[in-house]
Design a protein around this ligand. Structure first.
Ligand SMILES: [Zn+2]
Length: 225
């Protein structure tokens, strides 16, 4: 690390102070429909996506009688696979949901994140290393819920009109809504004080600190908008 550079703990603390409501710009920056969305719409939809994630977390906790992601998976008949590290299109993948009933957790990422918590002495009041897997798992459970309730759930029913010529139009789903809602769901299930987006930074840092620093700058810039 160069002199004067922020430590991973410094970066996590800065990001932990940013409420999930402010992460909408970051989420939308990764969505191909972003250029079609006004900042007012983005704010409104982010708020609604968060409300959706929280609502489903409350429903699921009630229905399963547990907030433990493993118990919730068992309740819904979801299979959890632990794969080794995977990289897709040059970006790191930590977990994913496969329709209809499988969640893959990339164990290498979880382990590297846990090791980083130890080697960098990240305070347990910040991130508990035991939480990393649960945070990823809960996020993917939400994507399963989107699949299961796709006729009703806000993140799937909200569309954006890409173009329209007379009576012909093309509407698209909005991926960013599912991502924000999955983070809200995971935050609620895991009782986190911070937006789970910071786990993306932590795990990215575990693989490549330089890339994580760029990601941090991007996250800070977008969240300050
Ligand atoms: Zn996701």
């Amino acid at each position: 690390m160069e002199a004067g550079q922020k430590t991973i703990t410094d970066m996590l603390y800065s990001l932990a102070g940013i409420p999930l409501e402010a992460w909408g710009s970051y989420a939308f920056s990764r969505d191909p429909v972003n250029a079609k969305v006004t900042s007012g719409q983005r704010r409104d939809w982010t708020r609604k996506a968060i409300a959706c994630g929280v609502e489903y977390a409350q429903k699921v906790i009630h229905e399963c009688g547990s907030r433990n992601p493993d118990m919730i998976c068992r309740h819904f008949g979801l299979t959890i696979s632990c794969f080794e590290f995977q990289q897709q299109d040059g970006r790191l993948l930590f977990a994913e949901y496969w329709e209809p009933d499988r969640i893959n957790i990339y164990q290498d990422a979880v382990q590297k994140g846990q090791e980083l918590c130890e080697t960098e002495s990240i305070p347990e009041t910040m991130v508990l290393k035991s939480e990393i897997r649960s945070i990823l798992l809960a996020h993917e459970i939400f994507h399963f819920l989107e699949y299961r309730y796709n006729q009703d759930i806000f993140t799937k029913t909200q569309k954006i009109r890409l173009w329209s010529i007379g009576p012909v139009h093309n509407d698209s789903g909005i991926m960013a809504l599912g991502e924000v809602a999955a983070m809200a769901f995971s935050q609620k299930i895991n009782h986190l004080s911070y937006a789970p987006y910071i786990i993306d930074l932590l795990l990215t840092y575990a693989y490549c600190p330089a890339f994580a620093r760029e990601l941090y700058e991007e996250m800070m810039a977008l969240n300050l908008e």
